[in-house]
Design a protein around this ligand. Structure first.
Ligand code: NAD
Length: 351
């Protein structure tokens, strides 16, 4: 095996795309997917790669120090791509401590073990931390987040991610741990848990349920197709400069309400409904507390230095996403009914 990689959170939305890309593209890498299988972790996201010889799944918690120590000992990783996190802003408002535990403590446990196990030879090792643009706070109507924009997190989620980013850089500066960070904008695409805006709207439109939109739907997000994020992670992992941060974004800003109208239009076409039918389901609800107005990423550095750019236009990516959800009813039904949580027992415990 050429490289031994630990990917954390590989059963989640973005992690499963990263695992799939690495397992298929690098057959000579050993990929260990570590995931605690929280409500957001779904091994049904990875049925297509689960039997590949270079793929191993390990169930475990990144906050469990002795488990992580044993894992580093067992596999002798030379790279970590860290995606495991509590990731939903609304949940962070209800239960901030869970976010501090996983996102801050969990990241510190991984960093500490990378440091411990790599201390004799840091050369050729890499700790890649996947983070969010939300650490930069909220923009007004103008301007973009640059890698140099000061951190200004506003929600318990973004504060926990900002804190984890700081720990990664502290380990780089203090212990010379080879590390890199990327901060990405909102992702969309297949295998997205239907508590998030786009899959929730697709699910509700399909089932003729109200489509909730916070406030007046004026909040602006910069959307990136998840496969393009996975490609960016591949590029940064292999070519990024140690100690650097890279912003990843789609150059693709949408007001929530405009996005939902576009989605309604696509869904009307796909479901053979008269245009305007799905839009009637839009329901404005009380705004999220501390709702950031606008995020917009300037991903010029990643483009200029490493040659990455998004591969898809938003309309095309959104249509592909809708097609995936309509073609994968079983996946969606298992997620909404909770059945996906039995998959691990069926797959792994009866053997
Ligand atoms: N979704 C986005 O738009 C977006 C944008 C930028 C950055 N990010 C970052 O990318 C990463 C992945 O996001 P996502 O949307 O795929 O999240 P997700 O919630 O879909 O997946 C998170 C995964 O981490 C696992 N996990 C949670 N706690 C764990 C623990 N204590 N130990 C081990 N595994 C645990 C879950 O089981 C799940 O499989 C996160 O770090 C997030 O902050 C997400």
């Amino acid at each position: 095996m050429k490289r031994k990689l630990l990917i954390t959170g590989g059963a989640g939305f973005i992690g499963s795309h990263v695992v799939r890309l690495f397992v298929n593209k690098y057959p000579d890498y050993q990929i260990v997917n570590l995931d605690a299988l929280t409500y957001a972790g779904n091994l049904e996201n990875l049925t297509d790669v689960k039997d590949q010889p270079n793929y191993i799944f390990e169930k475990g918690d990144i906050t469990d120090e002795s488990f992580i120590d044993d894992l580093f000992e067992k596999y002798q990783f030379d790279g970590v791509i860290h995606l495991a996190a509590e990731s939903h802003v609304d949940r962070s408002i209800m239960d901030p401590l869970a976010f501090i535990k996983t996102n801050v403590l969990g990241t510190a446990v991984l960093l500490n073990n990378a440091r411990k196990h790599w201390k004799d030879k840091m050369d050729g090792k890499l700790f890649y931390h996947v983070s969010t643009d939300e650490v930069y706070g909220s923009l007004g109507e103008e301007g973009f987040f640059l890698e140099t924009t000061p951190y200004d997190p506003r929600s318990p989620y973004s504060a926990s991610k900002a804190s984890s980013d700081h720990f990664v850089m502290a380990y780089y500066h203090t212990y010379h741990l080879p590390a890199v960070i990327s901060n990405c904008s909102n992702n969309y695409g297949s295998h997205h848990f239907p508590e998030k805006l786009i899959p929730l709207a697709i699910h509700n439109i399909k089932n003729n349920k109200p489509v909730p939109v916070y406030g007046k739907g004026e909040n602006i997000r910069d959307w990136l197709f998840v496969n393009d994020h996975a490609r960016a992670i591949d590029t940064i992992f292999h070519h990024g400069k140690i100690g650097e941060t890279y912003n990843v974004g789609g150059f693709n800003e949408w007001k929530n309400i405009d996005l939902i109208h576009l989605l309604c239009k696509i869904m009307d076409q796909k479901l053979g409904r008269p245009e305007g039918t799905s839009a009637q389901l839009i329901t404005y609800v009380k705004d999220r507390a501390g709702h950031d107005l606008r995020y917009a990423i300037d991903a010029t550095k990643l483009n200029k230095e490493l040659g990455w750019e998004p591969s898809l236009q938003f309309e095309e990516g959104l249509e592909k996403t809708v097609d995936w959800y309509l073609e994968n009813e079983t996946w969606l039904n298992h997620v909404t009914s909770g059945d996906y949580q039995n998959y691990y027992n069926e797959q792994y415990q009866k053997r």
